[in-house]
Design a protein around this ligand. Structure first.
Ligand SMILES: Cc1ncc(COP(=O)(O)O)c(C=O)c1O
Length: 481
């Protein structure tokens, strides 16, 4: 008989508690990636066991071996993409959510799960200064939050044309115009594709190669709509340099033309919590919908993002979910699964609620300002280094720069900088990605974890320079540059 047994819980939980404590403390010293990570990950492949090994041995295999094939996402030296760390309170709450196995679909499946999601969302509205009359919902991340907001915008747009797109589809409707800047994030294109709006409907009004908004062209684009309803996407925090669209201007202009205005503030909305950066997102409260992530700058564990819109009714029509065995749409108790894509849904509210309860507005501001300081420190170190060149201003938490010791052609520098990005992965001491900025390859560390210290930033720059010189020497020896 190899059914699960009640007697397994105590040894499993003791084992996991000890393992978690060890792993969470090791985060400060372990490499971000281990050189044998690929081999370790593949060692877990194999045929389905006929007889299981038992709970603790399975977990021992997972924890004792498997952790070498993980990225130290909650550690202090992961500057790749825009990945947040994990606060102790949110880690604890997320473990509790898993233990309680709550389904935050509707009130009766988890009164606590639904209440904490609603409370945490309202606290976030207060944190970011978004209207309290808006409706929020938690999803897996900013991509799905964008999906929710665009589905709501599509519903609004269809109804403006006398059609209910969720009920009748897009048949017979004109293409839905979408206007934005060149800062638009890939997840907007992906979700517009998923919604049948179409990624090719996006008109980008970019002034130059950086993607920065051409305000006059945008104005003309709005005028060319001739009053037809359209979606405007405002980008608050782009991924190469942390730059912002002119939020207040875009929102005001778009509203004057009767558009639905969405602000993608996956990480950039956090600018709102510090007086140093709040001006970057001034006016966001006049938009129609807003996206922000929890697993980025709020440092809540993966996965959670937040969608806010001004119109609950549109969300309910876009995500209508009814059947005789489900709660009636008229039931006054909240059904979060009927205003968002997932029906069965994890109790994501617990982790967000716990971090806001534990650290409050002051704690979030301190976290944001700590990482803003780290970005400025990084920028100053780059400026002082003879072999690094900064590419852009640092308005937020991303530093865009290039390894460039001088007297090397731009094409060779592209190759060297791309190879630095690859070498960081195998080196493992620190991790950050590369990007294309003004058609040239650049480094782009993003600082978003409370655990990062100044010395972690210094180590990152040291490693980039060390690898940069090694790679350049090897390129030179092959190419005689
Ligand atoms: C501006 C912006 N929007 C959306 C996303 C997608 O977020 P997620 O990975 O949480 O779905 C990101 C991710 O980096 C982002 O930076």
């Amino acid at each position: 008989m190899s059914m699960p047994r009640r007697s397994e819980f105590d040894p499993v939980l003791d084992f996991v508690a000890e393992a978690c404590k060890r792993l969470v403390h090791d985060m400060d010293d372990r490499p971000v990636l281990y050189p044998d990570a690929d081999a370790v990950a593949r060692s877990f492949d194999g045929p389905l066991p006929e007889a299981g090994v038992g709970a603790v041995p399975a977990l021992r295999n997972l924890v004792d071996d498997g952790w070498r094939a993980t990225m130290a996402v909650p550690g202090p030296r992961n500057f790749h993409f825009v990945m947040g760390g994990t606060t102790p309170a949110s880690l604890g709450a997320d473990l509790v959510a898993t233990m309680l196995d709550q389904v935050a679909y509707t009130w009766i499946t988890s009164p606590l799960g639904v209440q904490l999601e609603l409370t945490a969302l309202r606290w976030l509205q207060q944190l970011f200064g978004l209207p309290e009359a808006w409706t929020g919902v938690m999803v897996t991340g900013a991509s799905m939050a964008n999906f929710v907001c665009y589905a709501t915008a599509r519903q609004w747009w269809g109804e403006r044309h006398g059609v209910d797109p969720a009920a009748d589809g897009m048949h017979g409707l004109p293409p839905m115009p979408v206007l934005t800047s060149g800062f638009v994030h890939a997840s907007t294109l992906k979700t517009l594709g998923m919604l049948g709006i179409g990624r090719r409907q996006v008109q980008t009004f970019a002034a130059d190669e950086t993607g920065r908004l051409d305000l006059d062209a945008f104005r003309e684009g709005l005028a060319a709509l001739g009053g037809a309803p359209a979606l405007v996407v405002v980008n608050a925090g782009e991924v190469n340099t942390g730059a912002f669209d002119p939020v207040a201007d875009m929102v005001e202009l778009a509203r004057a033309h009767g558009c639905w205005v969405h602000v993608d503030g996956a990480f950039g909305l956090f600018a709102r919590v510090s007086q140093r950066t709040a001006h970057l997102v001034a006016g966001v409260q006049h938009a129609d919908s807003v996206t922000v992530d929890g697993h980025k700058w709020l440092n809540v564990p993966y996965d959670v993002g937040y969608a806010f819109t001004r119109d609950h009714g549109l969300m309910a029509r876009a995500f209508r979910y009814t059947a005789d065995y489900l709660p009636s749409p008229d039931d006054p108790r909240p059904t979060l699964g009927a205003i968002s894509p997932e029906s069965s849904r994890r109790a994501r509210g617990l982790a967000t609620w716990a971090t806001l309860a534990a650290y409050g507005r002051d704690g979030v501001r301190d976290l944001v300002e700590h990482t803003l300081d780290l970005a400025q420190h990084c920028a100053a170190q780059v400026d002082a280094a003879p072999d690094l060149v900064r590419n852009a201003d640092v308005p937020l938490n991303i530093v865009c720069f290039r390894f460039d010791p001088g007297e090397v052609s731009a094409d060779v520098l592209d190759e060297v900088n791309a190879r630095i990005g690859e070498a960081l992965i195998t080196d493992g001491r620190v991790l950050a990605g590369t990007t294309q900025y003004r058609s040239r390859t650049a480094q782009r560390p993003a600082f978003s974890s409370w655990r990062t210290r100044t010395e972690d930033v210094d180590l990152y720059l040291e490693v980039v320079r060390e690898l940069g010189h090694e790679i350049l020497a090897s390129v030179r020896s092959h190419q005689r540059v």
